[in-house]
Design a protein around this ligand. Structure first.
Ligand SMILES: NC(=O)c1ccc[n+]([C@@H]2O[C@H](COP(=O)([O-])OP(=O)(O)OC[C@H]3O[C@@H](n4cnc5c(N)ncnc54)[C@H](O)[C@@H]3O)[C@@H](O)[C@H]2O)c1
Ligand SMILES: O=C(O)CC[C@@H](O)C(=O)O
Length: 409
């Protein structure tokens, strides 16, 4: 019977930010029992101490895996983001260290789209301010400023997995949907793409942002964009807090240019549920403030736990990197009666030749070989006779340009 290079109970999984229990169950079913589980995020020394002997780390959006943190995680083999966003990880640093990063690109998209639909209706009816007033003993029984969503125009910025689902749901409520995206996108239903953001803003009764955090989306929605909107329109942001200039939004709410907003993500978010939430948007009755819960439903979290833990277990067990966000993607079949070796190297000419030469000189037969590259790194997976696996591993370690190697069986 073939043996793992490292026993599964020695492979440490560090799971942070209360990822769903399904993640623990998937890992345990796959034979991984060395799981350190934390309900909250870790930072500073606590994070570096916990991660330094971890082979895998699972996080959500709070934990910052910077280049410095990753460099101290000497045993790290893979990272799982139990969410969509991967902006909290220095993806390039992880790649250069030979560490693939996985996420869950679809599992919570419906939850976000549903929340936004609810918010559109609430904002257009002026419910947040009526509710806030009622809590203080007020009674604003009036139709003034309350509208049906039917026939109104929804402008979506970022027409990806969430934006498209939102568009379809909004159309079923009778809304007209327009969208702005830097890429040409297939419009679903009756939606139409508008090439100029200003033009789209001028048409929209409510604007909802669904872009990732990138250098191009940093503060992409500020004073000029708010000014380009219709008088009395609404803003929704459940993407990332860095995308909207929150001070400019507060000013537009104060001047009543913007009639209301629903904001789920903030430039600075509390590190835990025990910390105070601070924002210039506090105190506006016509603003729905939610604590970054767009994707936080039981269904989404359960599915994310299964999906991401499954990807980590698969990479650990057989080397497959399919759907990694920063790494050459290699889809690998099951293998029997051979040992599998993983070799991650700097992408420079001649490495594969050197590996093949070294194996040939030692009489090591390669039963199968798979290679994928990015401009910076190469990932080669080889199958060799189990009796030659240890020797093959030694040969791989000696290849110049090697970042990391692993023997699976
Ligand atoms: N609030 C939450 O809990 C929550 C949950 C899930 C996702 N999110 C956030 O929502 C974001 C979007 O998720 P998704 O699954 O729809 O992503 P996606 O990658 O499927 O879609 C993003 C879209 O934005 C477009 N885009 C990128 N840069 C742009 C720019 N500068 N201007 C206009 N369009 C641009 C892309 O072309 C793409 O179509 C995620 O990156 C994540 O940060 C938040
Ligand atoms: O669960 C989280 O912390 C983040 C959820 C969301 O922002 C995502 O990127 O999927």
């Amino acid at each position: 019977m073939a043996k793992h290079s490292l026993d599964k109970d020695k492979i440490k999984f560090l799971l942070l930010e209360g990822v769903h229990q399904t993640a623990v169950e998937v890992l345990q079913r796959a034979g991984y029992t060395n799981i350190e589980y934390h309900k909250g995020a870790l930072s500073g020394d606590e994070l570096t101490n916990a991660i330094k002997d971890a082979h895998f780390v699972g996080i959500r959006s709070r934990t910052q895996l910077t280049a410095e943190v990753l460099q101290q995680a000497e045993k790290l083999v893979g990272v799982g983001c139990f969410c969509i966003g991967t902006n909290q990880v220095d993806l390039k640093a992880a790649e250069l260290l030979g560490v693939p990063v996985f996420n869950a690109p679809f599992s919570n998209t419906r939850s976000v789209a549903e929340l936004v639909i609810g918010e559109i209706i609430m904002l257009m009816r002026g419910i947040p301010q009526r509710s806030a007033s009622a809590h203080r003993g007020g009674w604003i029984k009036s139709a003034k400023g309350s509208y049906e969503v039917r026939g109104k125009t929804l402008g979506i910025i970022g027409y990806g997995h969430i934006g498209t689902q939102l568009g379809i749901l909004a159309e079923t409520l009778g809304m007209r949907v327009v969208f702005y995206d830097i890429e040409d996108k297939l419009p679903l239903g009756n939606a139409s793409q508008i090439r100029s953001l200003a033009e789209m803003l001028a048409q929209s009764d409510v604007v909802s942002l669904h872009v990732p955090e990138t250098p191009s989306t940093q503060n992409m929605f500020g004073a000029a964009e708010l000014e380009a909107m219709k008088q009395g329109a609404f803003v929704i942001n459940a993407s990332r807090g860095t995308v909207v200039d929150i001070d400019a939004l507060a000013a537009a709410l104060s001047s009543e240019k913007i009639a209301g907003a629903a904001i789920d993500v903030f430039p600075v978010e509390p590190k835990s549920n025990d910390d105070e939430f601070q924002s210039p948007l506090r105190g506006f009755d016509n603003v729905i403030l939610t604590p970054h819960v767009g994707g936080s439903t039981e269904e989404a979290q359960e599915n994310i736990g299964i999906e991401v833990a499954g990807k980590l277990a698969k990479y650990s067990d057989n080397g497959s990197t399919v759907s990694a966000v920063n790494f050459p993607e290699v889809s690998l079949p099951q293998y029997h009666e051979t040992s599998r070796l993983l070799h991650i190297h700097n992408n420079r000419p001649g490495i594969l030749i050197k590996i093949n030469q070294a194996f040939s000189e030692k009489g090591i037969n390669i039963a199968a070989q798979y290679l994928q590259t990015t401009p910076d790194i190469g990932y080669v997976v080889m199958e060799v006779n189990t009796s030659q696996a240890a020797e093959a591993l030694e040969q791989l370690k000696g290849i110049e340009g090697t970042i990391r190697t692993r023997l699976l069986y």
